[in-house]
Design a protein around this ligand. Structure first.
Ligand SMILES: [Zn+2]
Length: 455
């Protein structure tokens, strides 16, 4: 008997979105951590399977990939003082609250964010963590533990802030760090945790926060370090007109000129938001292959603007989808975020150009490209077996006809099953091995405590 991992046939789904031209109407065969075969309509796997999962009530998609988040912000959702503010006053009010974050708070916040993402069909998530108040030096280490416990994939970014209020920046002085501390910790995290190659579970990227919270020197040094260790670069850019004005006033540069001036205009970089670019800048970003994490809910919530996603994509910039941090969305739901992207981009480009397939493509293959992953984001032989299955027999889908369109148009908000690297992590819309009720109690208590200590 050949010694090989067991073969599972996810059989005859109601509909499949592969994110490519391949036909998987009869389902997919998974062996070990990978997809090994696609089955055509009415077909059978070429080699007999040990197990079959009947997906006759499900729409099957690649696992969704979230490209921008701030997990810690789940503790400050829907906080009254910032419900009706745009980005800058929103930040000014929240910084002092966030400054009180502890390791335990971050552990609970990360668990909540990843649990929500998982339940919405997400299998890989990027987090932008730039907050390192005294006592929270181990923030990324804490996140790695949670990621491993839940069995999701994550690209955790070592964020940073160096430009405090005293030096003309936005964040309070107590939340900024010295550059040498940031760079040493970045190197430590890459060496300790960054996995390379196919099937990587934990990866590290470097992520100075935004033009108005970091110095140009930390941008340059981070780019150099990323190059040296071959890891990715992430930052917020062109999110608001306030930011554009800050760049013009402080650096005498528009945002993309600023990006180029610090050595970031490259395919190593993916940008959070990327809203306010002119035609010439879109051309330059596309030519460089710089990716954009489109965050429609957050952009609407903060009234930041509408990203020019279709034009960026056509210029050559990979487009991914991000739910953004939970203080500006305030939900970590990837399938609903794909729906938001569909609708917000339709407002800009019309109904014909922005299809459900295009939006789902951004949330899967486009997001994978933004994060530099060629092994994820598609259903194809050889790709990692990261899959999301959504049931279409609930009330909200009753009377719908085209299953793939129904997924977004009827507003699917929960996956029934989620597989990561060949292992089921969500079964019957519940996370395997996680006591969600207990988590809610502990996380809510931490959120109350955090606000009480700050006000
Ligand atoms: Zn953000």
């Amino acid at each position: 008997m050949e010694n090989r991992p067991s073969r599972l046939w996810v059989k005859n789904p109601l509909a499949v979105f592969t994110a490519n031209d391949l036909d998987a109407s009869g389902g997919v065969v998974v062996e070990g951590q990978r997809i090994v075969e696609l089955v055509a309509a009415g077909g059978e796997p070429a080699v007999a399977c040990d197990e079959t999962y009947d997906a006759g009530n499900h729409v099957l998609t690649p696992g969704l990939i979230n490209t921008h988040h701030h997990f810690y912000q789940t503790l400050t959702r829907a906080w009254a003082p910032v419900v009706n503010t745009p980005l800058f006053p929103w930040l000014k009010n929240l910084y002092p609250v966030w400054a009180g974050l502890s390791s335990r708070d971050l552990e609970l916040a990360t668990t909540v964010a990843l649990a929500e993402l998982l339940l919405s069909g997400c299998t890989t998530a990027a987090d932008h963590h730039y907050l390192f108040p005294t006592g929270l030096d181990d923030a990324i280490d804490v996140e790695v533990d949670v990621v491993r416990r839940l069995g999701v994939r994550a690209l955790l970014t070592r964020g940073s802030m160096t430009l405090g209020e005293q030096d003309g920046g936005l964040p309070p002085q107590s939340t900024v760090q010295r550059p040498e501390v940031i760079l040493a910790d970045s190197e430590r995290l890459i060496e300790t945790y960054h996995e390379r190659g196919e099937g990587a579970v934990v990866q590290i990227a470097l992520a100075p926060c935004s033009p108005f919270s970091v110095t140009q020197s930390i941008m340059r040094d981070s780019a150099q370090l990323a190059e040296q260790h071959d890891v990715r670069l992430h930052t917020h850019l062109a999110e608001t007109f306030d930011e554009e004005a800050f760049c013009l006033e402080t650096f005498g540069l528009r945002t993309v000129d600023y990006l180029e001036s610090v050595g970031w205009l490259s395919s190593r970089t993916w940008l959070g938001h990327g809203i306010h670019f002119n035609d010439e800048e879109i051309g330059r970003l596309g030519a460089a292959g710089t990716a954009v994490a489109h965050c429609p809910s957050s952009n609407m919530r903060l009234a930041s603007g509408i990203a020019r996603a279709v034009e960026l994509e056509e210029a050559g910039a990979p487009i991914g989808i991000g739910v953004d941090g939970s203080a500006s969305n305030d939900a970590s739901n990837m399938i609903l975020e794909a729906r938001q992207a569909l609708y917000l981009q339709r407002l800009k480009y019309g109904a014909e150009l922005v299809t459900p397939q295009r939006a789902l493509g951004w949330a899967t293959k486009g997001s994978a490209r933004a994060l530099g992953r060629t092994d994820l984001g598609e259903i194809a032989p050889g790709k990692q077996a990261d899959l999301a299955l959504f049931r279409l027999d609930g009330l909200r889908f009753s009377g719908s006809h085209d299953p793939l369109s129904a997924l977004l148009l009827c507003g699917a908000d929960r996956a029934d099953r989620v597989m990561i690297g060949g292992t089921w992590r969500v079964v019957d819309s519940a996370i395997v091995g996680l006591d969600t009720e207990r988590l809610i109690v502990q996380h809510s208590e931490a959120a109350r405590r955090l606000l009480a200590s700050a006000t």
